[in-house]
Design a protein around this ligand. Structure first.
Ligand code: SF4
Ligand code: SF4
Length: 112
């Protein structure tokens, strides 16, 4: 099993989660973070660190967000590791609490 980043992180990316991860399991896209399922050691530290409750244990991912299990595994192999917190995205406040942003997930890796 692993932990999984879901929709609430899209366009938000506070990145508080990466600071607490002991396994360097987070990978960064242009507007979303994912967890590498083979690096995650299920410590659960990131869950309470995320201010928008975007992270779930794989078995507990809400039904309508199950596709994020595969999306995390896929993009973790393509995007660079992120080790340190960065400023949230400029429009993070606007997106807080909004749903239906799956289509906004940018497949492009974060720029260095
Ligand atoms: S803390 Fe939450 S919203 Fe921020 S980058 Fe991590 S998973 Fe995404
Ligand atoms: S559960 Fe632990 S190891 Fe897995 S991504 Fe979160 S902080 Fe990292």
């Amino acid at each position: 099993m692993t932990y999984v980043v879901t929709e609430s992180c899209i366009n938000c990316k506070h990145a508080d989660c990466v600071e607490v991860c002991p396994a360097e399991a987070f990978h960064e896209g242009a507007n979303f973070l994912v967890i590498h399922p083979e690096k995650c050691i299920d410590c659960e530290m990131c869950v309470s660190a995320c201010p928008v409750d975007a992270i779930f244990f794989e078995a507990n991912v809400p039904l309508e967000q199950k596709e994020f299990v595969a999306l995390n595994a896929h993009y973790a192999t393509l995007w660079p590791v992120i080790l340190h917190k960065k400023p949230a995205m400029p429009d993070a406040e606007y997106w807080h609490g909004r749903s239906d942003r799956r289509q906004l997930l940018d497949p492009v890796p974060a720029s260095a």
